[in-house]
Design a protein around this ligand. Sequence first.
Ligand SMILES: [Zn+2]
Length: 462
Amino acid sequence: MLVLMNSLLLTGGRVVDPANHFDSPADVLVIGGKISAVGKNLSAPKGIEIFDVIGKIICPGLIDLHVHLREPGQTAKENLASGTAAAARGGFTSLVCMPNTSPAIDNSGTVALIRERAGREGLVNVFVAGAITKNIAGEELAQIGSLKNAGVVAITDDGYCVQNNELMRRACEYAKMFDLPVMDHCQDYSLVTDGVMHEGYWSTALGLRGWPSAGEEMIVARNILLAELTGTKIHCQHLSTAGGVALLREAKKRGVPVSGEACPHHFVLTDAAVAGSEKFWANDGKILADLQTDELPSWPAYDTNFKMNPPLRTARDREAILEGLADGTIEILCSDHAPHCDYEKEVEFDYAPFGITGLETELALSLMQLVHTKKISLAEMIAKFTVYPARLLNLNKGSLSAGADADVTIFDPEAEWIFRAQESSSKSKNSPFSGWKLRGKAAATIVGGKVIYSEQMDAVAV
Ligand SMILES: [Zn+2]
């Protein structure tokens, strides 16, 4: 029998498509890689595979706009194939890769290289962010127009932060001319110096150099002022502090074109985790009701899997991030997936690189902290992973509208499972969540009508 390419019918699921304000049991019909129809009792044309996804959520393919794929140049940590495989396994159909590679993605040739390779080796859609400055050195602007022509969806010096405010202003003005959002890793170098964890009680108790909240808030405030001055959309990456959320909330009320994102580690963990598992579970870990079993995950003090930039902050900051997500101040969820090799992380805390992997755990952790706790609705969480990032970056993604690319995520919000970093599709295993019991899991990931990851979903009829 003839099987239609990139075509399938999903039946029995609950379709949640925030872009179309749709949330109801329905079928989804995909023909030739595009969404053909969403509705009740759809019948499949001959030769189409039918998947019964009863009890599962069907939503637009999830988008992660903050991922380090480490290509070119750092492929011992990750590459396009392994990074996109981890994305697929986590339920993601599109991602945006950061330009702080080696060499940096600061020119059209490198953008073209990544896009061409991603087309060949990537399992999911890969969008590219270009650098703001040449070699991410913060001194001279990259050729923003030619980056745009090469297809970047935003500019950022992520991992670094342009310190010269005049240069940042020019970057914003160019970005606006080319209709590109500017994304910024907010870190004031003079305040942060060589801090390795949040500056507070635990940095003092553990004898580690502090990275103060003001080091982030200073640049969030700078970005608000520059967004107001230039009219350019500035997106603050991985917000971690209560003060940053408050600044953003106030600026948005005034209509300043700024936005923000949060990563699960900042709204799950706190800096007490650096002091070891006992210290964490005794106090800050108590809010993780889902995890309260006899066997809580354990880790030693000074575990470098709890070192990231910006760092884990206090319980009060974590609460503020959760509030910011709940009231819409922070529109976007993402991972800041930052793989590093074992040998790089297995050193003293001071010397370890910042960053953790996140593509395979972010959906579950977001469900646990936001939806299962009833802080936001399931539809709102999905919007933060789909239509909102698509809107920010002008991507033609993030909805199940008829005619849209058939990028679809199917997940079970209740499935309980244990994440094991060693079994991850990523090349790197630097996750603080290894051994954690999680609730919520991707069941299948579909890109352009093709099932690229499936846990146990077999076609019931062909
Ligand atoms: Zn960053």
